[in-house]
Design a protein around this ligand. Structure first.
Ligand code: ATP
Length: 307
């Protein structure tokens, strides 16, 4: 079996502040996982705000270099420090979908012009009919068509339609991997499931793997094959999504699940729940000596020396 993506012992430390008040933020600590090439899946990264999800995604996209460790895509190290041609080839293979579709598109530019420039750039197309065909194919995959979208500006579409267009744009180069960073959090609740189902269809019908970054346990449970739960930069639990979410073992995973029951902060990435659970989970976040231990059901759970 060959690997599509290998994340090996990856850490990212940001240095903050001026000369006298310098401190370091460990955004990601020693993350490792592999996505197989011949097993398309939805691989979810979940955790509250600041747990390092976006930093990990940015490293996978080659937008940020790891401080230590290595990320390999199809056996090649991911880095933005490569030639233009190599970078373009990589970008065609690993496409991002961002949170806010209204920010992803310039409000003054017609959507089909964006899609057309993506087709020119990544598929090296110049024939107008071929460009139209590539755009239409991608739009049909997301439940739209070129006829519906042509000539329209972003504000003429709903948030859900625009997010579909953003996904269609990402699909034009036919990437085997999408990195979707909170793709539903800015979309109306009523349209969320449609986008989530679309990610599922991309996996099932077109063999696209998706790294799905979210705060939302409900959609994570519904579509994920595997999941990692991150707390303050560390993976605390990883495994089959149903196994982990139905019966979370790590105190932080339990806290995350319990916090779903508190509707106050739902979706905002904050935790508001039983104070004792919060204390137990928070105490572990800074623990020095810990490692991921494998359980008989195949999941990995962080355990702490002396705990
Ligand atoms: N460029 C940067 N410079 C300094 N610190 C950063 C930078 N990017 C992220 N951080 C810090 O790294 C930590 C992880 O941030 P990150 O954005 O990866 O978390 P997240 O889980 O994606 O959060 P959210 O759900 O709010 O997007 C945070 O403490 C954040 O402040």
């Amino acid at each position: 079996m060959s690997a599509l993506l290998e994340v090996s012992n990856v850490s990212k430390v940001f240095s903050m502040g001026g000369l006298l008040s310098r401190h370091q933020v460990r955004a990601v600590e020693d993350a490792s996982f592999t996505l197989e090439a011949d097993r398309p899946e939805i691989f979810t990264i979940i955790g509250e705000s600041g747990s390092g999800k976006t930093t990990l995604a940015r490293m996978i996209l080659g937008l940020e270099l790891p401080t230590s460790g290595e990320i390999r895509f199809r056996d090649k190290t991911v880095s933005h420090r490569v030639g233009r041609r190599e970078r373009l080839a990589f970008m065609g293979n690993v496409q991002p979908v961002f949170q806010n579709p209204f920010e992803a598109f310039n409000p003054l530019k017609r959507i089909d012009r964006y899609l057309a420039s993506t087709a020119r750039r990544f598929l090296k197309l110049s024939d107008l009919k071929a460009i139209d065909r590539a755009m239409d194919e991608a739009l049909v995959k997301v439940g739209l068509s070129l006829a519906e979208v042509r000539g329209r500006f972003p504000h003429e579409l709903s948030g859900g339609q625009l997010q579909r267009c953003a996904i269609a744009r990402a699909l034009i180069p036919n990437p085997p991997l999408l990195i979707a960073d909170e793709p539903v959090s800015m979309v109306d609740a009523s349209l969320r499931m449609a986008i989530v189902n679309l990610l599922k269809a991309l996996r099932d019908d077109f063999g696209v793997s998706v790294i799905y970054i979210t705060h939302d346990l409900a959609t994570a449970y519904y579509i994920s094959n595997r999941i990692i739960i991150m707390q303050k930069g560390r993976i605390v639990e990883m495994g089959d999504a149903r196994t982990v979410l139905e019966n979370p073992e790590h105190p932080y995973s339990r806290l995350l699940k319990a916090s779903v029951l508190s509707t106050e902060d739902a979706g905002a990435g904050k935790l508001a729940t039983d104070a004792e659970m919060v204390r137990t989970a928070s105490a572990l976040a800074g623990a020095e000596r810990s490692r991921l231990a494998e359980r008989p059901d195949g999941r990995l759970v962080r355990v702490y020396e002396g705990a």
